[in-house]
Design a protein around this ligand. Structure first.
Ligand code: ATP
Ligand code: MG
Length: 255
């Protein structure tokens, strides 16, 4: 069996735990990590609280090679992610000069004032590398900790998403596997009718993940079949996924 590198995701924000905001960041982050050849072990959602964030981080780092967090990087009193990272990793907090330069440049461009609230966003654990924020002001935080990598991204979905390219480029040479997916909707098919075929094919390709998603259109049943495969490159993984999907389709047609 293929051994994937491991990843964890921590989503930070009271607004998510009280149910006001639906977490969409975890899906984007998990998808990116998965396609980079990582196995996402867990997605945790925690409050804006130093102890809760530090606990999640430490527990996930026990198994994961990479942990990505979103949220809590902003200028307000409840944004405590930098502090939690420092506490969890035993690193002192300091003003990161590169982060400060990034913030000052943004602030000038946007014709805003440099305030102590904005300066707070430059406070990071020592050894942090600030991640440029192409959308907003707060830089992300990248920390290499022994053989582990930790990325803290802002909560604003557009900002978190914009920084995923940076995360991906930092992970490019670690996991050498890539994943790709192929899906197809099979019409007039019920999940139970193809379950046996799916089971058989899944057993033939234990390194791939085959998932059926049943649905109804009017009163006509359909099943969307998705195959997630891995290989040395995205292209090769995609070809593999396609081949497995085609095998399933031909088996279903012949059944
Ligand atoms: P910034 O650094 O840009 O100030 P932040 O790191 O302080 O952001 P938050 O204050 O936690 O981020 O959240 C900013 C906004 O993004 C809020 O409107 C929040 O509801 C939204 N948000 C935060 N986390 C998520 C998430 N996981 N999914 C979707 N929206 C989110
Ligand atoms: Mg917040």
């Amino acid at each position: 069996l293929i051994h994937f590198w491991k990843a964890g995701v921590v989503i930070i924000g009271n607004e998510i735990l009280i149910g006001r905001v639906l977490d969409t960041n975890s899906q984007k982050v998990a998808r990116a990590l998965t396609m980079m050849g990582y196995e996402v072990l867990e997605i945790r959602k925690v409050k804006d609280d130093v102890d809760a964030i530090a606990k999640a981080l430490k527990e996930l780092l026990y198994e994961a090679n990479v942990v990505v967090t979103t949220g809590g990087l902003g200028p307000t009193y409840d944004d405590v992610t930098a502090e939690a990272l420092a506490y969890a990793l035993g690193l002192p907090l300091e003003i990161n000069q590169k982060a400060r330069d990034m913030i000052e440049r943004k602030v000038r461009e946007m014709r805003l004032e440099m305030t102590k609230e904005r300066l707070k966003m430059a406070v990071m654990p020592s050894t942090s590398k600030p991640i440029p924020n192409p959308v907003g002001v707060a830089p992300g935080i990248y920390i290499k900790f022994g053989n582990k990598k930790i990325f803290a991204l802002p909560g604003v979905p557009a900002e978190a998403e914009a920084m995923l390219d940076y995360v991906i480029s930092e992970l490019e040479n670690d996991s050498l596997l890539r994943r790709a997916e192929a899906c197809e909707r099979l019409e007039n098919v019920r999940e139970a009718d193809i379950a046996d075929i799916i089971r058989k094919v899944a057993k033939m390709y234990p390194d791939s993940y085959i998932k059926t998603h049943p649905g109804l259109e009017g009163n006509r049943p359909y099943v969307k079949v998705c195959v997630l495969a891995s290989d040395e490159s995205s292209e090769m993984a995609h070809r593999k996924a396609k081949n497995i999907l085609n095998l399933i389709i031909s088996e279903v047609m012949g059944a």
